[in-house]
Design a protein around this ligand. Structure first.
Ligand SMILES: [Ca+2]
Length: 504
């Protein structure tokens, strides 16, 4: 790869000395796998033997993986807005999917930031951000090459030329900003098509003078749960507690094959050593699952397909089952191999980690917000020994959580007692022991800290909740009083919390 310092005098003029030094070496390529609805219990390297993910397991073995890897949102759209900006998506007005997910278009996505520094950028798969805005297309947002669909769930065998198709899963597939002929015309299975298009991008760009950033957002293992028979045959020997688990395992194996083929392509093109690979899921296991009879799970360990492992809650919740995800960073050139990192990290760290490699520590000039994510490399290399994040925040609709050190305060309106709950995440990662009555002062202090953060968020799409919008005016949410009222009248609390509609 040619030295970019020779090619980019304008870009470098705005960078400091450290940036120039960092850029003097070949800037790394990046591949980010961001898969859909894959739970903690859906990868082999977490110790589960009722799933087959050999290629993903290889990334974990050759890289760093995280026992406390989080996503910034418990559902698809907001999670992607957080990942691709490096900023808590609520600051950008994104609180949920669909109408609650229209993002402030002033904030650049990482594609734009990297493009300004000489990268070729590609996005394949599910987009899911900027929905409904005036700049909805990836190609409006710094993506040089796009192949995929704009959001929601998508059928694996069918698409259409109608953006308002009666079947939401049959919406158009785009190549850049143009609709593709329906995929059924070439008998495609979407996961395989996404792999093919990712390989095509690498064939065209890997080994160029310019570095590349490729975002591979498989919609596997999101519903609808369908997979070609050859993949089912390959998982037939798995011992599973329910036959539907095999369908999910087949879908995961097809996606895992794609991961393996893309890694092989990096090797073939001689760019593997200088390519940082991320692997993450966008959120945890969905509660509604089942091939023939989808229905909503409410109890722990009661899933038939995707699995949250030992964790409480599901997709849509701020309990661990909704937000703790498979998370790997692979870059043997600089990072340890097979390392397990124990402090909490979050998907927001991807963008800051990537741009730090070229000496860039902000999303771009004029960006409304700087990164909330951290450059993780100094932590993973042992140069920094403290936590990357002393505090982490979550909020979607009425649900919220805050984690300070090892203590976590969480409220969820749909599952479990509808009280504000306090957990010790080291002694009780499964969130079984509620400490709010034992440690009321701590619970209140975390609530105050959450309210202070929450009160500063973007005003758009702010749903009603048991949080205090008027924190700055001196009003406070009283945890003890709220919980006493919720316990005395659970139905009222349920009504106040409201019922969620569709999750995508
Ligand atoms: Ca998802």
């Amino acid at each position: 790869m040619m030295n970019l310092t020779m090619k980019m005098p304008v870009a470098l003029a705005s960078m400091g000395l450290s940036a120039m030094l960092a850029t003097a070496a070949s800037p790394p390529n990046v591949v980010v796998f961001y898969v859909d609805d894959m739970g903690w219990g859906d990868v082999g390297y977490h110790g589960f033997d009722d799933i087959k993910t050999p290629s993903i397991d290889s990334l974990a073995a050759g890289g760093v993986h995280f026992t406390q890897g989080y996503t910034s949102a418990s559902v698809c759209g907001p999670s992607r807005s957080g990942l691709l900006t490096g900023v808590y998506q609520q600051k950008l007005g994104v609180y949920g999917n669909g109408a609650a997910g229209v993002m402030n278009a002033e904030q650049p996505l990482i594609f734009k930031t990297l493009k300004e520094h000489g990268y070729t950028t590609g996005a394949v798969g599910k987009w899911g951000i900027h929905v409904g805005s005036e700049t909805p297309m990836p190609t409006d947002n710094g993506v040089d090459f796009f192949y995929g669909f704009l959001g929601g769930g998508h059928d694996y065998y069918h698409s259409s030329l109608d953006a308002n198709h009666a079947k939401p899963g049959w919406r158009p597939i785009y190549r850049n900003a143009e609709m593709e002929p329906p995929i059924q015309e070439k008998n495609g299975y979407l996961t395989e098509l996404f792999t093919e298009e990712s390989l095509g991008f690498l064939d065209r760009h890997a080994g160029d003078e310019k570095p590349f950033f490729l975002y591979v957002a498989y919609n596997a293992v999101h519903s609808p749960w369908t997979v070609p028979q050859p993949y089912l045959d390959r998982v037939d020997d798995l011992e599973v507690h329910h036959p539907d688990r095999k369908v999910l395992a087949g879908m995961a194996l097809c996606m895992d094959d794609g991961v393996g083929q893309i890694v092989d392509k990096l090797k073939e093109k001689n760019v593997y050593d200088n390519t940082i690979i991320f692997f993450m899921s966008d959120n945890g296991t969905p509660a509604g699952q089942g091939v023939k009879k989808p229905y909503t799970r409410t109890e722990r360990n009661d899933t038939v397909m995707s699995s949250p492992g030992p964790f409480n809650g599901y997709k849509g919740d701020t309990y661990e089952g909704g937000i703790r995800i498979p998370y790997i960073i692979h870059f043997p050139k600089e990072l340890p191999q097979g390392k397990v990192y124990e402090y909490p990290v979050i998907n927001l760290d991807m963008a800051a980690t990537v741009t730090a490699r070229i000496g860039v520590d902000s999303p771009g000039e004029g960006a409304p917000f700087g990164y909330d994510g951290k450059d993780l490399f100094p932590y993973l290399k042992g140069e920094k020994t403290e936590r990357p994040h002393e505090v982490l925040y979550w909020r979607r609709g009425n649900d919220y959580a805050i984690r300070v050190g090892d203590m976590k305060l969480a409220f969820n309106d749909q599952r479990g007692p509808q009280t504000i709950r306090l957990f010790d995440m080291v002694k009780d990662k499964e969130e079984r022991i509620d400490l709010d009555l034992k440690m009321p002062e701590l619970a209140q202090s975390l609530q105050d800290r959450f309210d202070a953060w929450d009160s500063e968020l973007a005003p758009a799409n702010r749903p009603q909740a048991n949080r205090n919008f008027d924190y700055a005016k001196g009003q406070r949410t009283d945890v003890k009083a709220f919980n006493a009222a919720a316990l005395a009248n659970p139905k009222k609390a349920e009504k106040k919390g409201g019922k969620r509609k569709s999750k995508k």
